[in-house]
Ligand binder design. Sequence first.
Ligand SMILES: [Fe+2]
Ligand SMILES: [Fe+2]
Length: 232
Amino acid sequence: MSLYAIGDLHLNFMVERNMNQYGEVWKNHEKKVEKYWKKRVLEEDTVVVTGDHTMGKKMAEVTADLDFIANLPGRKILLRGNHDMFWKTKKTPALNEAYEGKLSFLQNNFFTYEDYALVGTKGYCFEGKDSYEHFLTIREREMERLNRSFQLARDAGFQKFLMFLHFPPTSVGEQSSPFTELAKEQGVEKVIYSHCHGEMHFQDSFLGDVDGIEYVLVSGDYLRFRPERILE
Ligand SMILES: [Fe+2]
Ligand SMILES: [Fe+2]
């Protein structure tokens, strides 16, 4: 039994929008996702899919993408990415109900893998696309959600944590952030994130061991669409 992660599948079974402008790696990428996922992941495994599942915006434009993920092997836990506009803030319980037994949606809650609590939220970093004040507001809200996820896991008696974010845990150039500080405070073993696309962005945040925490980038194109094993 293993735990895997991969993010940024950016599926587009129902809309014309695609990722082809971002390079060769995106050509027929859904076929690569399916091929490598089926080669690696067994039915008894768990895969955390770290957001940007779809290029569709409304629920009616994403159901085929969600079904594609649901039909792949293993238990699937989904995180919310910046592209996942179908996943309205208050909709998490309704999504968990609608996809019960097929997909689990991680926000303001937590899931488990053996004796680990899988906690997480979308996260946020400053990319210069909004004002710094707006960035701080969003980051604060994401920190509240992440704290809630940790609190619920602690209340349930968990002491071992893996922390999942869609956005990188730090903005470019930062040595720390509220997310990395919280990971240290909570004794997190690994921080797993995605969102970074293209060679130019693979080094945007932490990779490997930093202060005793392992930082793992799992964006689809970085992994060439091979799910990354996080735990045996
Ligand atoms: Fe993405
Ligand atoms: Fe993203």
